[in-house]
Design a protein around this ligand. Structure first.
Ligand code: GAP
Length: 445
């Protein structure tokens, strides 16, 4: 069954509630670049923290790094990006549209959307030309060829060039991995679908260095482990699937994508790639830098260039998947108005609990402030005393807050509060002193 298209509704919710804004909006916006607002930055940070925890903190065989965006230009010659990171581009002289020549069947003719570019009688497509997706800039005050540098199109190369630095400084033994989270930039020809394909985005990449010959078993392990991680975020298993690459990238021996069903016409799309990169990258960096990048296996008394199993996931794309997965509109029993809910997994929710004073009288705000202040030391918490209680619940439902704590007339008398569950709408009355423990049990850290 195809999933509904919620993208337009999400774009509007994200702007209205401060998740995601168009970059430089007051100037008319920057093409396919987005800014994360107060709630969006918390959501994406939670996602990145969960990845870092699973991939680095919880494992003794993976080390983290944070490499610079600007790298030596030779890196991109060695990696194959200068020569090969290109898309074929065609222009239409009639409508001035620009399309990927190899994806015309996915595009619409702007003058006749029922047809693909080239199919309408007015279309005048140019010959395809190769367009490199890397952003170029200049290092130093002179704009000359010698000072050209690139904004990295993937974070992976920062890991490859640091392979020996990390291995030697940590004394890790193969098999082991290096992980990092960071910005990447691609001058995409056809960006779009909100934050799905943008020109500036964040990747969470891990390169696992293994002995040649053991690569296939490691590949299977990571394929399985990464799918489980997506399940742990609460993404519906029936919206996730593997897709084997039909065409392998220049560096890959095997490659699978994990795809998520974004609904509507976008449907299943890649959110993560798992690649067997062989010794391609380390081999090429050896060749281009003239420095040995071999691993010495002491017990076996042998040297080799390790193979690499890569897991590469987009932080923005999974954030979008989590939002799409979480968005629902539903009836509320006994109420005439329905509600919009972001059923985010509690570990992803930007606000874990909201504290309300039922009215601004009888010491309720003071007690509610006290509870919010205490909880804030442990969780991101919101305080709200404006509007009807129903409206306040709806505002929190719409941004995915799993619990709402209300201080009412009874609270000031007996020290209890109500805790309302976002999904079941059930309300528990518990002692105000027990709220922190109640949340700790239900909101994974
Ligand atoms: N190092 C391998 C690599 O970069 P990729 O399949 O090109 O592989 C990995 O990218 C992930 O990065 C994708 O699965 C996607 O989640 C994210 N990604 C790639 N291009 C993107 C773009 N233009 N906008 C947002 N995310 C992108």
């Amino acid at each position: 069954m195809s999933q509904p298209d919620v993208m337009d509704k999400l774009v509007s919710l994200c702007k209205r509630r401060g998740f995601i804004f168009q970059s430089s909006e007051i100037y008319g916006g920057t093409g396919s670049v987005w800014d994360y607002g107060p709630l969006g930055v918390e959501l994406k940070k939670n996602l990145k923290d969960l990845w870092w925890r699973a991939m680095v903190r919880m494992r003794d065989d993976i080390e983290g790094i944070d490499a610079a965006i600007l790298m030596h230009p030779r890196v991109w010659e060695a990696s194959g990006h200068v020569a090969g990171f290109v898309d074929p581009l065609v222009d239409c002289k009639a409508c001035k549209g620009r399309f990927r020549a190899d994806k015309l069947e996915d595009a619409q003719c702007p003058q006749k959307p029922s047809k693909h570019p080239g199919e309408h009688t007015a279309c005048q497509l140019t010959e395809a030309r190769q367009f490199n997706l890397m952003f170029k800039t200049y290092m130093g005050p002179l704009e000359e060829t010698a000072s050209v540098v690139y904004l990295r199109p993937e974070t992976a190369q920062g890991i490859f060039v640091n392979f020996l630095n990390v291995q030697q400084s940590t004394r890790q033994k193969v098999p082991f991995g290096i992980a990092q989270i960071g910005k990447a930039f691609r001058n995409e020809i056809t960006p779009g679908n909100f934050t799905f394909r943008t020109r500036e985005f964040e990747q969470m990449e891990m390169q696992f260095f293994v002995e040649p010959g053991t690569d296939e078993e490691h590949f299977e392990y990571w394929k399985d482990a990464r799918m489980k991680w997506h399940h742990s975020l609460g993404l519906s298993p029936d919206r996730l699937r593997y897709k084997a690459h039909e065409q392998l990238a220049h560096y890959a021996r095997a490659a699978f994508d994990i795809e998520f069903d974004f609904g509507g016409t976008l449907g299943f799309q890649e959110i993560e790639g798992i690649h067997n990169r062989t010794d391609f990258d380390l081999g090429r960096h050896q060749e281009y830098s003239g420095k040995k990048l071999e691993y010495f296996d002491q017990p076996a008394n042998k040297r080799y260039v390790p193979y690499v199993i890569e897991t590469s996931v987009g932080a923005d794309r999974v954030t979008l998947a989590a939002l799409v997965n979480a968005y629902r509109e539903e009836e509320v029993p006994g109420e005439s108005e329905g509600r919009v809910v972001l059923g985010l997994h509690p570990s992803l929710a930007p606000i874990k609990a909201a504290v309300f004073a039922l009215t601004k009288k009888e010491g309720m705000p003071e007690m509610a402030h006290r509870i919010a202040g205490e909880l804030r030391r442990h969780f991101p918490v919101d305080y709200d005393e404006t509007g009807s209680i129903g409206k306040r619940y709806r505002r929190q439902d719409e941004v995915g807050t799993p619990f709402c704590i209300t201080v009412d007339g009874e609270s000031v008398k007996d020290g209890t509060v109500t805790v309302r569950d976002r999904d079941t709408l059930a309300q528990d009355r518990i002692s105000a002193d027990a709220v922190r423990a109640y949340l700790s049990e239900r909101v994974p850290g």
